[in-house]
Design a protein around this ligand. Sequence first.
Ligand SMILES: Cc1ncc(COP(=O)(O)O)c(C=O)c1O
Length: 401
Amino acid sequence: MTHTPQFGGALRTNWHLQNGIYFLNNGSFGATPISVLQKQSEWRERFEQQPVFFTMRTLPVELRNAASIMGEFMGAQGEDIVFVDNASTGVNTVLRSLIPMLNEGDELITTSHVYNAVRQTMLYVCSLTGARYIEVDVPFPLASPEEVVERVRAAITPRTRFAMFDHITSPTGLVFPVADLIALCKEHGILTMIDGAHAPGMIDLHLDSLGADWYTGNFHKWLFAPKGSAFLWTAKQHQPTTHSSIISHGYSMGYHAEFDFNGTKDWSPFLCAPDGLAFMQQLGIENVRRYNRTLALEARSMMISAVPQPLPAPESMLESLAAIVLPCAIRTHENPMADAMAIHDMLWDGERIEVPVFPFATGGSVKLLLRIAAQVFNEAAEYKHLCDVLPGILELYNSNA
Ligand SMILES: Cc1ncc(COP(=O)(O)O)c(C=O)c1O
């Protein structure tokens, strides 16, 4: 792309996305441009040309080079960054590293907007250590970012040891006030990890000044990198006690030694993170963010007209994702995900609209939320189609209640 790109459907030939589908879910896995996949093939070929030389000599240098480029982009020093396969691995790495330090009755805190896999990891670590899992009910609709901070403040106790906060929440698509949450936790001596699975690319990051103890994020969601490209940033004082979930030759030999090689694998997603970034830079980082945010807000307005409801959250908390509450009762109380999937499947099977529906528990009941994502290959007409068909699909769902 040498010319100023025109966003929307015209850009779609840069991806392998099927024709004729409404792909409104960049949020789950991202979408990797064809040109970045070609770069990935080149790295794989370089590996196959001399696998031993590549692993022993090329990889250590190139990984650190990629970490410095990505660190500079995220306001961090490359030496504090290691690559992990995905945000789930980043979260597991930190929570499992905490196990020796946790005692019975310690409290691990997060909010009800937490990603379910992260919730499960916290529950697992609690089951091993006797620590307590505390999930603070933060409602949706949500009035303000301050409400998040106040709810968390009220839940902190002298036993709170560790807090996990989403930078951008998964079921609700909101930008959480993580700097304020970290500051609050610091006042109480609580360690903080930020789950920034959606953050790189979508919002500006300044990891060095944010003040978290750990931060993980994906390059494959909003930064156009190949799948399996993510990072863990660790504050220097925790690097000696932060161990890879896969223990290998480098155990206890330093942060880079532990993470830069932990078994044979395909390293091309990490080495291509700078290529994903370069793709976004070619489009213009600010252009992409402005386009996506404007589109997400427009899509949300259309959805609220189609399915009338109070504003789910202030505009200031939105970037490239937006969720609404569906006026649908839960039918399968033992597994509300089945109801969410039923609506998802009606949209996909009947209309070829790919958009996620999530169960979300708050205030003692479970709601179903629908979340759109806006990426540069999307355009307003796609959300208009969703809004045209959504009321009919919800009527059908409700009539089968
Ligand atoms: C907030 C949040 N955390 C963690 C994850 C897990 O990301 P991954 O599947 O890349 O591990 C996701 C995925 O959507 C997410 O939204």
